[in-house]
Design a protein around this ligand. Structure first.
Ligand SMILES: [Zn+2]
Ligand SMILES: [Zn+2]
Length: 133
């Protein structure tokens, strides 16, 4: 079980997953850089059916481009998760919004070739030049 919240605290959620976090995915693509405002985006893949809002669901706003929907707090702007039109079963939850300790077994970098030239990947995680399924 994971719980998390946005910066202002209006939105909180839980993820009723049984196991701990398998992998954390760092996306270095330009869209994620813009959305996160920093070098890369950190996410874990969760089942949409295991995600529930505990508060603030009405405050969620959505920005959609190329079939990817970015869900964020309309009050403080915290990025919470993305959903995909072509894969509705899973969300990519923004790891920085999780309040529960997580201990991912794997660290995966995607779009590693597109990373910012001022960023250095040095954690020994697995690198992919593009996305993974
Ligand atoms: Zn907020
Ligand atoms: Zn990305």
């Amino acid at each position: 079980m994971l719980t998390g919240s946005c910066l202002c605290g209006e939105i909180s959620y839980q993820v009723t997953m049984e196991s701990n976090v398998d992998a954390i995915i760092f996306c270095h693509c330009q869209r994620c850089r813009k959305w996160s405002g920093t070098a890369f985006n950190s996410a874990i893949v969760i089942k949409a059916s295991e995600f529930q809002f505990l508060s603030g669901q009405d405050t969620i706003k959505k920005f959609s481009i190329n079939g990817v929907n970015r869900h964020f707090c309309g009050q403080c702007g915290s990025n919470l998760f993305t959903s995909r039109d072509n894969n509705k079963e899973f969300y990519r939850l923004r790891a920085g919004t999780i309040d529960t300790p997580v201990d991912p077994k794997q660290r995966i970098h995607i779009y590693a070739d597109a990373k910012a030239n001022w960023d250095t990947i040095c954690d020994g995680g697995t690198k992919f030049s593009e996305n993974i399924k």
